[in-house]
Write a protein that binds this ligand. Structure first.
Ligand code: WT7
Length: 635
């Protein structure tokens, strides 16, 4: 261990030790003792962390587990997450600190101090309030990566409305389904967003989705790309018009919320059926993401934090929008793609804005790695001090490239394992921990992670099993919006009182966790979460398709890619043009991210006697692996 090189590989090359210099300055240098403390007194630990934030009224109970698995945190407490993100900061010197630096794909730039961001949020909150939105109403947000997506989310939360952000990469049917399920009163979108030099026509897709969504009374449209769009009289309103009216008052009270009041819903793919709405709250969620970001990424006032995720996914909600603001940090947001116009775009941003922490996905690292070292080497990346990874396992090769070429050997990599449902980091290193490339290391403070077999028995170290969480944590999912039974069945019915993650993993002799992947029919494509069932239902909605199966197979850059098997209806003949048509159909139904890598026309599909498609068998055969147990296979 040396003081000059903050992060040095150990002799065996597979364990990377933190430097004493890093430890000396870390937010939490004594991780081991903190771990023991949190384990012995879970509620004491979380109550201490909650007290680092401001509450309108203190809670009576840290954890209420009287109605498992509907756990409640900080009951009786009154709070609003936006109070802790903005209100408390604009009363201090921090009003002058940059909250957000933004660059658009065409190169336009905007930045917001805490004061300026708060002002925009207050004005927009006043606008939607004047339009009749009140506490508990749902608002769908469908925007590109522009500052207004953050402003819109915060404005909703400020007045107690529940936001439902739909990722701008999803298209018509996905958007439609989410608007319908959430009964949103208003929708917020833009004329378009820039991506790879092209305009993603969000407003057009919104119009199509709204044809069958009666709940939406108004659409607020942000002018971003400037091309003509249809504005339906009475229904559609320009954001800039609304923001210049007297109703856009910069004075807007923050709604006093119960700790357990919903903050947002976010749709995510599951094992079966349609995507489900994961519900998070103002109190516990706020405490969880505030503490994890502060501890794990060692956030300091002088940092410039860049989480490359889209705000439309949970990573964006927790660690792009809320987490950094709760910590009073400066964030960077970039609109476009990493490779447009050249694959140096991200490295240029780091240099240009002197960003200090980069948090991204393995698929992005692998994708950029393909272009070679010359691109990053042309830029001064010396501002970086920490790196992060999320969304899927990072292979040691990509880890080492990221560490050496981007981090110049000086930046620890925080490989954070978590889920939409967990809300916050669950298994994660910290910069004071020894790292092993490819391992998400150890459970966060107070987290009880176990690897169990089918009977719920903990398996010996080194053996693969199901990853479960046996103690609650404050940022956990509270329910599936509108479907509490599904919440219980999906996560809590396999083992009593244990949260089922859907992942398999191993734990090594040092207590380090190695995530293997999903054990259900969820496919992670470039870190995006999609369901086999969802893709199959999109396939069979095409007139030529009678039956279909979708599976994920390993892919060098994307982690997994989607492969599909299709039985055609009589009267349709297999052809390449039909394949293209079906691929585009999926693009329309779900979004470009769900377009399959391959479509194979088949005469039949392997099914169990009860009629379920045996995706496992398709997967094994596609990879040339043994069939495994096929006793349930229909003849
Ligand atoms: C699934 C959850 C959590 C934010 C983004 C994904 C996989 C996530 C890691 C990691 C290995 C990971 C798991 C998990 N996953 N992070 N560091 N190492 N796998 O959220 O879309 O809800 O997906 O992503 O399979 O279950 P999500």
């Amino acid at each position: 261990m040396s003081d000059t090189t903050p992060f040095e590989p150990m002799s065996n090359g597979e364990v990377y030790q933190p430097s004493s210099a890093f430890i000396a300055k870390a937010n939490v240098p004594d991780w081991e003792s903190k771990t023991i403390q949190a384990e012995q007194d879970l509620q004491g630990f979380w109550s201490e962390r909650a007290l680092e934030l401001e509450w309108y009224q203190p809670w009576n109970k840290v954890l209420d587990d009287s109605n498992k698995p509907f756990y409640k945190w900080f009951t009786g407490g009154k709070v609003n997450i936006v109070h802790n993100c903005l209100d408390r900061y604009v009363k201090t010197w921090r009003r002058n600190k940059l909250a957000l630096i933004w660059e658009g794909e065409p190169g336009d730039q905007r930045s917001f101090s805490y004061h300026a961001l708060n002002r925009e949020v207050c004005k927009f909150a006043s606008v939607i309030k004047a339009m009749g939105i009140t506490k508990g109403d749902r608002v769908t947000i469908y925007l590109p990566r522009i500052p207004e997506i953050i402003i819109a989310m915060l404005a909703c939360a400020k007045i107690g409305a529940i936001h439902s952000v739909v990722y701008g990469g999803f298209s018509v049917e996905s958007l439609h389904g989410r608007i319908l399920d959430s009964h949103s009163k208003i929708a917020i979108t833009a004329d378009g967003g820039w991506m790879n030099g092209k305009i993603v026509k969000l407003k057009d897709m919104m119009d199509e989705a709204l044809r069958r969504s009666p709940s939406v009374e108004h659409v607020i449209v942000i002018k971003r790309t400037g091309q003509d769009v249809m504005m339906e009289p009475e229904r559609d309103l320009w954001y800039h018009d609304l923001m210049s009216l007297p109703i856009a008052s910069p004075k807007c009270e923050t709604e006093v919320m119960d700790a357990e009041d919903p903050l947002y819903i976010l749709y995510t793919s599951g094992t079966t059926g349609k995507p489900k709405a994961v519900l998070h709250t103002h109190g516990g969620y706020m405490v969880g993401i505030y503490a994890t970001l502060k501890d794990v990424f060692d956030l300091k006032d002088e940092d410039r934090w860049w989480c490359t995720a889209d705000p439309g996914w949970v990573t964006g909600h927790s660690y792009l929008v809320y987490g950094p603001l709760l910590n009073g940090a400066t964030s960077f947001l970039y609109e476009g793609a990493p490779t447009f116009p050249y694959p140096n775009r991200w490295w240029l941003m780091i240099e240009k804005y002197a960003l200090t922490i980069l948090y991204t996905a393995p698929t992005a690292v692998r994708g950029l790695m393909r272009f070679g070292e010359a691109w990053p080497n042309r830029h001064d990346l010396s501002s970086l001090r920490l790196l992060g990874s999320v969304g899927e396992p990072i292979n040691p090769e990509a880890w080492k490239w990221y560490h050496r070429v981007i981090g110049k050997g000086n930046c620890p990599i925080m490989d954070t394992w978590w889920q939409t449902e967990t809300g916050m980091f669950i298994i994660t290193p910290t910069p004071v921990m020894a790292l092993k490339p490819g391992s998400a290391t150890r459970p966060y403070l107070g987290v009880a992670a176990e690897i169990v077999d089918a009977d719920g028995q903990v398996v010996p170290d080194g053996e693969e099993g199901f990853l479960v969480l046996s103690k609650p944590w404050p940022a956990m999912i509270r329910t599936i919006y509108g479907d509490p039974d599904r919440y219980v069945n999906q996560y809590w019915s396999t083992y009593p009182d244990k949260y089922m993650t859907g992942d398999s993993a191993r734990r090594d002799k040092d207590g380090y966790f190695w995530i293997i992947g999903r054990v259900d029919d969820v496919i992670k494509v470039s870190g995006y979460r999609l369901g086999s069932a969802e893709i199959e239902s999109a396939l069979v909605s095409h007139p030529a398709v009678a039956e279909a199966a979708a599976i994920g197979l390993p892919h060098e850059v994307k982690g997994n890619s989607i492969h599909t098997y299709v039985i055609l209806r009589t009267g349709f003949d297999p052809s390449d043009s039909l394949k293209d048509e079906i691929r585009n159909h999926i693009g329309h139904e779900i979004g470009p991210i769900a377009k399959p890598e391959s479509i194979t026309f088949v005469d039949n599909l392997p099914k169990t006697r009860s009629g379920k498609i045996m995706r496992r068998l398709l997967k094994a055969r596609a990879q040339g692996l043994p069939d495994g147990d096929i006793t349930t296979l229909e003849d």
